[in-house]
Design a protein around this ligand. Structure first.
Ligand SMILES: CC(C)(COP(=O)(O)OP(=O)(O)OC[C@H]1O[C@@H](n2cnc3c(N)ncnc32)[C@H](O)[C@@H]1OP(=O)(O)O)[C@@H](O)C(=O)NCCC(=O)NCCS
Length: 172
């Protein structure tokens, strides 16, 4: 059985200023940021999101087989917790190179960080921190104070990324 690493962030305690330099640096290097809502929440956009998510997910330990496109749309997009404004995208020369998707769960009073991924050639440059800064702003603007996530215990980079942002182990 997998002993998942369950993390959460106190959104009120998050200081944007600590991570703003990553956003500035990325923009200065030619990376753009947008959302699914701005880019167009269309079938073509869903397909591009699926392709990016699938490529990045291939590096998640023990991820197993990824969704088919139809299953992805049914289970990840056509669900009440999906909000195209919560799908943050990093772009370079028109191509999507990174994503951070967040779903909203009013009944649980929390937002959930579904997937953050950066294409391999662009890793190690602080892009995930810039993406998550924008994701956290989305969570705050939506009125949520808690952002949760969980990771496979061997996903060291993802766990370190979230701890760097201030995520802590979930009580219980
Ligand atoms: C996890 C992932 C999104 C990190 O993206 P990235 O843009 O390369 O990360 P950053 O350059 O922004 O690094 C952010 C922090 O993460 C940590 N980190 C990133 N890569 C790391 C690695 N290989 N080993 C250990 N820590 C790492 C560091 O703490 C780093 O902060 P620092 O440089 O100030 O120490 C990327 O590796 C990825 O897409 N992995 C595959 C998909 C995945 O596993 N996603 C998470 C599941 S939802």
């Amino acid at each position: 059985m997998v002993d998942w690493v369950r993390l959460e962030l106190d959104v009120d305690g998050f200081d944007d200023a600590d991570f703003e330099p990553y956003l500035v640096r990325a923009r200065d290097s030619g990376v753009g940021f947008t959302t699914m809502a701005e880019a167009g929440d269309t079938a073509a956009g869903h397909r591009a999101l699926y392709d990016l998510n699938r490529t990045c997910s291939a590096d998640i330990p023990d991820r197993g087989e990824f969704y088919t496109y139809d299953d992805y749309v049914t289970q990840r997009i056509k669900v009440p917790s999906y909000d195209p404004a919560g799908i943050i995208l990093a772009t370079r020369e028109g191509a999507w190179i990174g994503m951070s998707s967040t779903s909203l769960h009013p009944a649980e009073g929390q937002a959930f960080s579904e997937m953050t991924g950066v294409l391999a050639p662009y890793r190690g440059q602080g892009l995930s921190l810039a993406l998550k800064l924008l994701a956290i702003r989305f969570v705050r603007a939506a009125g949520y104070r808690r952002l949760a996530t969980f990771h496979h215990p061997r996903n060291a980079s993802a766990i370190a990324m979230n701890r760097r942002l201030g995520f802590v182990d979930r009580p219980g």
